[in-house]
Design a protein around this ligand. Structure first.
Ligand code: M6R
Length: 597
């Protein structure tokens, strides 16, 4: 996720664009840059926050320009990888948000045609592709280039020979345009930087291209046929706009999960060979992580064991480094959304000291863990502002599925047909998560009786036992209600002594081999008068008879069920915390990255 802003008008574009970028910094903040079209095309960019760019900016005169704040996906944060990029002639500048899946193939073709590249990014391919198609008509060059692109983009382009003109296009990444009362043409990834200019916006749809000039814009498709889109009046203040109209970043990030899953899978289901990330002789995996990432690891154990036949253990990073193991023989996989958790970083150092290979799964390109670990898989969730991990967690699971597919295929523990079916099922997850999100009102209703509880127990079995742990952690960290996750079969060995009419139980029941056992465990707690709420299949009539309410989730292969289950439990935690008037995005005593031991 990156931020784009563009301006065409009569004012000096530079301060307008820098101010606009500041409003978009929540979308990415590892580097920033600006291109201004004046007498010539001028570009300045810098690694780091927008303040770093601002500190070294020299004045660039011009009333047309583009700016970008980056959240790295391809290529670490650096001055060279920052946007905008120019073509070989230095006439064209582009900024981009998204992922170009076929950039390697395009780049090879362009290199063969004599183009030279300066960065590690997928984005730079676009500017050379447009240059290749440029015959004097900028919109035509962009249309022709984009027809060759597979992937997602919001892309914007300016050209030295077209002063006062900006061309932009969208596929699966947001872009909005507007014109101020004074005729200034403005464009951005979302409305936040544009609210000082207008409250009337047109949102591009997938396949749309816009030609923006002072006082007007034209919308067309990639064949150049005109398209019409409605004008929306957006009456938000700045903070509302940054949250996309959601009340909290956490809720926004929960709703971004279909897109985050899509981005994390893009170009990797078949195309990218993730087996290269693991040593060829790997036969054991040890996952080390903390908090929510540790729960992703626990779910990962089931995934890697059942799909790749790999003996997998999971340890809390803060404990691993003090264990007495002298030599490590497993491949150590460190999971950390921030990439900066000191417990996990120290555990990776210890694993290397014990003589093994390490692989990191993280969301932050260039974070410390990526320099410590031998290899890295990025999760591509985009920046997560809410302290509670949601989309970063779900995309950690996606990375683990992809790794398990690759290793399973290599180790021949998954047959070709099974792999084909699993890939299909994985591709369905974004729309299945959307179905869960559509249940928000029902889930809010379930939050009502829970928000006054003092203790809540989450129970599940098998792959959804760690889902119970994560459901409980989400609830406790943002609502401050004591919550615990248990393997459902373990309740009778002690915890059931605590169960009664004041202790709501959240039971996770999907269509898997442990379902009959789960139903029995539900009856055990119901017999002690506990109110029971289930996360289960919509058509599970038997389950519906046993519990107070079922939060319905779509039917998936059980191995993918934690994804739909946990999106429901994230929403439940959110609504409970909301009813308790808690500080949802910044829960007490917690931080987004924990850099102390
Ligand atoms: O950045 P990491 O994934 O390494 O962070 C680990 C934990 O600190 C983190 O998951 C924490 O539990 C969050 N508050 C979860 O919402």
């Amino acid at each position: 996720m990156c931020g784009i802003v563009g301006y065409i008008g009569r004012q000096d574009a530079l301060p307008i664009l820098i101010e606009g970028l500041k409003h978009l910094e929540y979308r990415g903040y590892d580097s920033a840059g600006v291109a201004i079209l004046g007498k010539d095309l001028q570009i300045q960019k810098s690694q780091g926050h927008i303040a770093a760019l601002e500190a070294k900016l020299v004045q660039m005169d011009g009333t047309t320009g583009l700016a970008h704040t980056r959240w790295a996906t391809h290529g670490r944060p650096s001055d060279l990888n920052a946007h905008p990029f120019t073509d070989c002639s230095g006439a064209m500048a582009i900024v981009h948000n998204g992922i170009i899946e076929n950039f390697q193939a395009l780049k090879e073709d362009l290199l063969a045609k004599g183009h030279t590249f300066v960065s590690e990014t997928d984005t730079e391919t676009l500017v050379h592709l447009f240059e290749e198609h440029y015959k004097g008509d900028l919109a035509e060059a962009v249309r022709a280039g984009l027809k060759k692109v597979v992937g997602s983009y919001a892309v914007a382009v300016i050209h030295r020979d077209h002063p006062g003109m900006l061309v932009a296009a969208r596929n699966e990444n947001p872009l909005v345009v507007g014109v101020s009362a004074d005729g200034e043409g403005v464009m951005a990834s979302d409305v936040t930087p544009l609210l000082d200019f207008t409250h009337e916006f047109t949102f591009l749809e997938d396949g749309d291209l816009v030609v923006l000039r002072e006082g007007e814009f034209q919308l067309m498709d990639l064949d150049g046929e005109p398209v019409e889109r409605p004008v929306h009046v957006v009456d938000w203040n700045l903070e509302d706009a940054q949250k996309g109209g959601f009340e909290h970043f956490m809720l926004k990030e929960i709703f971004e999960q279909p897109q985050a899953i899509l981005d994390s899978m893009m170009g990797r289901i078949v195309e990218e060979d993730l087996t290269a990330l693991a040593p060829p002789d790997v036969d054991k995996i040890k996952i080390i992580a903390c908090g929510t990432s540790y729960h992703a690891g626990l779910i990962g154990k089931y995934i890697l064991e059942s799909l790749a036949g790999l003996d997998t253990t999971v340890e809390m990073a803060s404990e691993y480094r003090y264990s007495n193991l002298a030599k490590e023989s497993a491949l150590v996989v460190a999971i950390t959304q921030s990439g900066e958790t000191i417990d996990t970083i120290s555990a990776v150092r210890e694993a290397k000291r014990r003589g093994t290979s390490t692989l990191a799964i993280t969301n932050v390109v260039g974070s410390t863990i990526t320099r410590e670990a031998d290899q890295t898989i990025y999760t591509r969730a985009g920046p997560e502002i809410g302290v509670a991990a949601t989309k970063t967690f779900i995309t950690q699971l996606i990375a683990i599925y992809l790794l398990a597919f690759a290793l399973g295929a290599k180790r021949r523990t998954i047959g070709a047909e099974h792999l084909r079916v699993l890939r299909e099922e994985l591709r369905r997850l974004p729309s299945q998560v959307q179905q869960v999100l559509n249940n928000r009102d029902l889930i809010k209703g379930v939050a009502e009786p829970i928000h006054e509880a003092h203790d809540v127990y989450f129970i599940g079995r098998n792959i959804n036992y760690p889902s119970a742990l994560e459901g409980a952690l989400k609830l406790k960290e943002i609502s401050y209600i004591h919550a615990e996750g248990y393997p459902a079969g373990e309740m009778k060995h002690g915890p059931i002594a605590l169960v009664g009419e004041d202790t709501p139980i959240i039971a996770i029941v999907v269509d898997d081999p442990v379902r009959p056992k789960m139903l029995s465990n539900i009856m055990e707690v119901s017999a002690r008068d506990a109110p029971v709420f289930a996360v289960g299949l919509e058509d599970d009539v038997e389950l519906a008879k046993l519990v107070d309410v079922v939060i319905p989730v779509p039917r998936t292969n059980p191995i993918f069920s934690p994804v739909v289950v946990l999106v429901s439990l994230q929403l439940l935690a959110y609504f409970v915390a909301h009813m308790r008037k808690c500080s949802i995005d910044k829960p007490r005593n917690l931080a987004k990255s924990v850099t102390v031991e």
